[in-house]
Design a protein around this ligand. Structure first.
Ligand SMILES: [Zn+2]
Length: 385
């Protein structure tokens, strides 16, 4: 275990990248974080969660302080696979510096932000050992995977122990190209669907004895995407359906298949919830009067943290530090904020996401230092304003 030392966020980032924590592997990352936080006076709980059919995952809840208000930093130590290591400029787990950037898997998403959380907290606590309130850390090793044994379960565990918080910053890489560009104040809902049309299998030369499901499926899909779902709302872009695959699996050239399926994904705004979006899909399909079935798999409704004082303070601090006024956005994919929002106020702000999940993922050294300062100023403003 490496000690926190001066708490330099660059050193901490490099150390975290050297833990090869590809979901669900932890490789000591959670223990290292826990060690640093204990050095800062936090009480730490390493929580292992499992469920049948999934891998056991290590998570961390850490807290310092005994009164409110409580601000939490939240994030994940797990990373996505590297892809072909030979295509990287340097080993993705060595955290080499090239052109003032740290190259490594997880540099942007989101070990750089976690290192910034730690460095900011160290600086704040050393300057204000008796600060009026509490700081918590909600860290999971299961965000990039199925997210079953991660944040959701930490929050449920906290609920049982009566551990609450008021506000939370998730350190996902929210900025598309420059630090200071974007705070996420919500996310769209997401649902996958598989639609299947049954027909009757037969010989292509005797179509009157068969019933081809493919033309029906095509008409259904056309209906599904013909009209816009909506025109967007105050804080959300329009909802969108994308057809992601059409699967017949028919290798014969002379057989009418007995069924045809297609996959789609919908990213929807706060006009819909999981029931309403299913109803809308059925409405668009039902009018054609075919025999069909749809399997929906939901990953969470849209949510919005209404911009208030916390978001305003964060925006001001970001603008002071970077010279950019961040856009308040609900765009992009889902994150663990979808679970956290049920327990407290949540916003997301981290590094630049341009290279996340890619070959040569990187984080700028200057950005990591600026992000540390932004988190530090946020703590100061939170407890002393
Ligand atoms: Zn992430």
């Amino acid at each position: 275990m490496i000690n926190i030392g001066t708490g330099d966020p660059i050193k901490l980032t490099k150390n975290l990248i050297r833990h090869r924590s590809i979901t669900p592997v932890n490789d000591g990352a959670i223990e290292q974080l826990s060690h640093w936080l204990e050095e800062l006076g936090f009480s730490c709980n390493i929580l292992s969660f499992d469920q049948e059919g999934t891998d056991t995952v290590k998570n961390l809840w850490a807290k310092v302080g005994s009164e409110g208000p409580t601000i939490c930093f939240a994030g994940h130590t797990d990373v996505v696979p590297t892809g072909n290591i030979d295509e990287w400029s340097s080993n993705p787990f060595e955290a080499v510096e090239i052109d003032n950037k740290i190259i490594g898997r997880g540099a942007a998403d989101m070990k750089g932000a976690i290192a910034s959380f730690i460095a900011a907290t160290k600086k704040f606590i050393e300057e204000n050992p008796d600060f009026p309130g509490s700081i918590g850390f909600i860290i999971t090793g299961d965000e990039e995977g199925c997210a079953v044994n991660g944040t959701k379960k930490i929050l449920r565990w906290m609920e049982k122990k009566n551990l609450t918080f008021d506000d939370c910053i998730v350190g996902e890489p929210t900025n598309p190209s420059y630090l200071g560009e974007m705070i996420k104040i919500g996310r769209r809902g997401s649902v996958n669907g598989i639609i299947t049309v049954e027909g009757i299998q037969g010989h292509v030369a005797y179509p009157h004895l068969a019933d081809n499901p493919i033309p029906k499926l095509l008409r259904i899909l056309e209906n599904l995407i013909k009209d816009n779902l909506d025109n967007g709302t105050d804080h959300f872009q329009p909802s969108n359906i994308e057809i992601t695959s059409i699967d017949i699996g028919n290798e014969a050239t002379n057989v009418i298949p007995h069924k045809a399926s297609a996959n789609f994904n919908i990213r929807y705004n706060d006009i819909f919830d999981n029931k309403k979006i299913e109803e809308e899909v059925h409405k668009r399909v039902r009018v054609l009067n075919y025999n069909y079935s749809i399997n929906f798999e939901h990953s969470g409704d849209a949510f919005l943290t209404h911009p208030g004082q916390f978001t305003k303070n964060l925006s001001n601090i970001i603008e002071n530090q970077t010279g950019r006024r961040p856009e308040l956005s609900t765009s992009g994919g889902t994150s663990d904020a979808r679970f956290i929002k049920d327990y407290g106020n949540v916003v997301e702000f981290g590094l630049v996401g341009a290279t996340m999940h890619k070959i040569d993922e990187s984080a700028s050294i200057e950005d990591i230092r600026n992000l540390t300062e932004i988190y530090y100023q946020t703590l100061k403003k939170y407890f002393y304003s």
